[in-house]
Ligand binder design. Structure first.
Ligand SMILES: Cc1cc2nc3c(=O)[nH]c(=O)nc-3n(C[C@H](O)[C@H](O)[C@H](O)COP(=O)(O)OP(=O)(O)OC[C@H]3O[C@@H](n4cnc5c(N)ncnc54)[C@H](O)[C@@H]3O)c2cc1C
Length: 288
């Protein structure tokens, strides 16, 4: 593979994609583009410049971070280049002139493998899909893209409220689901988290519908994808959309009153019982 391009919103994500690129080809020439967010436009407005450069310089693979902006940029560029684009790609490989990769389908409950012999392929890469390359982007050439104002003019941006937890860095996480019927019940989960030295996360309904925790706290395919050493799921049924976000956790503990729940099937340790009885006993045991 002659040249691989990486388009990222920040150097950390670019370092993850350097690893992805090296998994495809150890000796490809790497170019990293980190175009700044335009003040009055969209990140995808770099697509015309990326496309023009790709037509002229003919890279074999363009990797883009799977952020909302990255998805837009990758899809628009792929359409303009008439090239295939794989979303959230994993297990990238090159054999001869055949590029292959895996993507998750059906809400993360199945994996699809694709391959192509197209001369140019685009793929988006999640922030945790690979370990960041230890050398970061230092071994790559820095590329630049020109911003071409599009039809959408951004008149203002509001900062998101500051994040209360950093789940991406957390080594232990206690996560709550709809097994909790009132917001005040979360105090019990917080007590367990404090005893374990863990952060608190949740399933999507707790954040999106009940608003008991901020949206950046929910785990799953449309929320955070995390890799803690310990994940304790309390009152979470374990639907595929949720477990997708913790499939790489080292140890999963499920506390649920339903012995048949899916979360138990995805867990290393299962405690069947009402959290109202299990959590105090666990807190006592951990403190002891
Ligand atoms: C496109 C799409 C994307 C989605 N993305 C996500 C996502 O990113 N993250 C996510 O979490 N969900 C996501 N969902 C929703 C997902 O499908 C489930 O609906 C959701 O995860 C269920 O949340 P839950 O487990 O908290 O609730 P429920 O499914 O209602 O489960 C509650 C559990 O609590 C147990 N329970 C009840 N009382 C107690 C008690 N006293 N003690 C112990 N256990 C008890 C029950 O046995 C049950 O297993 C998505 C859905 C769609 C369609």
């Amino acid at each position: 593979m002659s040249a691989i391009w990486i388009v990222a919103e920040n150097p950390d994500w670019a370092a993850v994609m350097v690893s992805a690129a090296k998994s495809v080809s150890a000796d490809a020439l790497l170019t990293v583009f980190i175009p700044p967010l335009p003040a009055d436009g969209l990140w995808e407005d770099y697509a015309p410049s990326l496309v023009a450069k790709a037509k002229a310089e003919k890279p074999s693979l363009i990797l883009v971070g799977t952020s909302k902006r990255g998805r837009d940029l990758a899809a628009r560029s792929a359409a303009l280049l008439d090239a295939p684009c794989f979303s959230d790609a994993k297990n990238l490989a090159l054999s001869g002139n055949t590029f292959s990769c895996d993507t998750n389908v059906y809400g993360g409950s199945a994996v699809r493998s694709d391959s192509t012999t197209e001369p140019l392929v685009l793929a988006t890469i999640g922030p945790k899909a690979f370990e960041p390359d230890p050398a970061g982007i230092s071994g790559a050439t820095a590329g630049t893209l020109d911003y071409t104002p599009g039809k959408v003019k951004v008149t203002g941006r509001k900062p998101r409220p500051p994040q209360t937890v950093n789940l991406g860095e957390a080594t232990k996480v206690v996560s709550v689901g709809r097994g909790f019927s009132e917001e005040k019940d979360l105090a019990a989960a917080r007590e367990l988290a404090a005893a374990l030295g863990a952060e608190v996360s949740c399933s999507r309904p707790i954040a999106e519908f009940f608003k008991w925790l901020p949206e950046e706290c929910y785990v799953g395919i449309s929320g955070q994808i995390i890799k803690p050493q310990l994940y304790v799921a309390v009152g979470i049924s374990g639907q595929a959309q949720h477990t997708f976000g913790v499939r790489d956790a080292k140890v999963i503990v499920s506390i649920n009153k339903d012995a048949e729940c899916l979360m138990h099937q995805n867990a290393d340790y299962c405690i069947t019982g009402e959290w109202q009885a299990v959590i105090p006993a666990l807190v006592k045991a951990v403190k002891a």
